[in-house]
Design a protein around this ligand. Sequence first.
Ligand SMILES: [Mg+2]
Length: 298
Amino acid sequence: MKIQLIFNPHAGRGRGMKAYPEIRKRLQEAGHDVIPHRTIYRFHATEIVKSLNLYETDVILSVGGDGTLFEVINGLMNNPGKKIPPLGVIPVGTGNSFVKDLKIFNMDDGIKAVNRNISRPVDVISFTTENSLYYFVNNLGFGFVADVSVTSEPMKKRGLGMTAYAMGVLVEISRLKSHKLVLEIDGTTYEHDSNFCYLCNSIWVAGNMMISPESIVDDGEMEIIVLNSISRKELLKTFPKVFKGTHLSHPNVIEYRGKHVKATTIPEKFCNPEGEIFGVTPLEAKVLPSALQFCTLE
Ligand SMILES: [Mg+2]
């Protein structure tokens, strides 16, 4: 197979760079024609994938974390080619949330999934922010959860990984403030005094938190998880439940399901699609059923 391999050398604090030679070697040994592309700057992967000739490609391979996958998906969805080849993911990032739903947990799984040459459909969610259109497959949060990303990003860059995230959570709990949220889901309007909201296509977020345990990646719908205004003490107590997905039974957690969502907040809030700090509210999101195929072990 002809594989366009997009790799982010900075993914997972340098794990991308370390893993790349072995990944390339193992794919070549399996008989594949591997064309590598190394990303240098933010959204470079989007530019690379957008300009690939997809008619001459059997697999697009994202070697990195959730951020690299976000860039690759946005390149694929903006590629002028009509034929979209299956997307493989070799998770070497910090988070690697989305591919867990495809039963891909490490580098070996990612390579196996490509070699297996079986793909499955995955819904893509398009979203509009500041008059531009983007895409995600994992989830998009805004409010407290995106503020945690903003706060932990400088610590993450200094190599603190998941510790940075935990510290970000503590800092943001200390300055917790609710905001007004208006959601329009498939034509019905809901108002909340909210701390955060997540639009979810898949189960996991930030690597090991089950933000949306009931999400299915190809059912044509997204889950909308809202946390209604909560005290600092209660949030601190409830937060660990997200690691097991048991937070859904908390009275302040509301779950909706839908295909077309408009979300407005007062004041405006940062968004974090696929864990990236990117975009602001208001936003509009739509499910594009089975818009991509992913290499899978499932
Ligand atoms: Mg779904």
